[in-house]
Design a protein around this ligand. Structure first.
Ligand SMILES: C[S@@+](CC[C@H](N)C(=O)[O-])C[C@H]1O[C@@H](n2cnc3c(N)ncnc32)[C@H](O)[C@@H]1O
Length: 255
């Protein structure tokens, strides 16, 4: 595989392989992620200041820090232990010094280390697309639903499939997908799976989605869709990110 160019995984990847890349790039990745997204700040501003917020796949905590400064209680979870460590330190420095009000821990989005109905609201920013396999992504969203209290809201964002950077790749994939499916059957990667190099080297797994697929995946996890839209954050022509505001229905037991 050529480092520096995007590629398609030869077969489906497992979650462990996908997570390993994040652990390797944790420090350099964190150094490039300081500015919070306006869309996330706007969402946080709609929440009560005393809310408890889970930041699923929190990375270095850049968004949790903003919530903490607003007065919220924040719990970050990330599969990379190093990124969780960085987030914990940053959260401890934000807001008041009451350590019980903020924490970040290593853990899987597919098995959150939190009790059901234990948080008011959530973030799941730029990470659902890093989970290989539709079942895994639905499982991660079911976990979000489980830990949210009834009527709790969360902002979910993913990278768009048909964005300027990757449109060429996916046009070629349209031609390659069926032959690959015939050859590898259930082992074939999903349409949308892509490996994207970090600083020309370590390959990160992404499953890039349409807005429709993003909405359907949230619905399959039992979440209501309150809003959904696409935006150009860095691209010129086609939206590069999809955003969905989801709500946990009133009448579920969180299981
Ligand atoms: C692009 S970063 C986004 C980080 C953060 N949400 C932000 O907006 O800055 C993706 C994050 O997802 C985490 N991640 C990837 N797979 C995960 C999984 N299965 N469970 C939990 N975190 C995961 C990575 O370690 C990484 O921190």
């Amino acid at each position: 595989m050529c480092a520096g160019a995007v590629a398609t995984p030869r077969t489906q990847m497992d979650v462990g392989q996908a997570v390993a890349a994040w652990e390797k790039i944790a420090q350099s990745f964190s150094e490039t992620r300081n500015r919070p997204w306006d869309q996330v700040v706007d969402f946080l501003e709609t929440l009560p200041e005393d809310a408890t917020l889970v930041d699923v796949a929190c990375g270095n905590g850049r968004h949790g820090v903003i919530a903490r400064k607003m007065g919220m209680r924040v719990i970050g979870v990330d599969a990379s232990l190093e990124l969780a460590d960085i987030a914990r330190e940053r959260l401890a420095e934000a807001g008041d010094k009451d350590a019980s009000q903020a924490d970040a821990v290593g853990g899987s989005a597919m098995n959150l280390p939190l009790a059901r109905n234990s948080v008011d609201h959530g973030l799941f920013i730029a990470a659902l697309h890093n989970i290989p396999g539709r079942e895994g992504r639905v499982q991660a969203l079911r976990e979000l639903r489980r830990v949210l209290r009834p009527r709790g809201m969360a902002l979910v964002s993913v990278w768009a499939r048909w964005q300027d950077r990757f449109a060429d790749h996916y046009v070629k994939e349209l031609l390659r997908h069926v032959p690959r499916k015939l050859r590898y059957g259930d082992e074939a990667p999903e349409f949308g799976d892509i490996l994207i190099p970090w600083q020309g080297d370590e390959m990160r797994f992404y499953h890039l989605m349409s807005l429709r697929e993003t909405i359907l995946t949230c619905k399959q996890a039992g979440l209501f869709i309150r809003d959904a839209w696409s935006e150009k954050l860095a691209s010129q022509w086609l939206p590069d990110n999809h955003f969905v505001v989801v709500e946990k229905p009133q009448n579920v037991d969180g299981a």
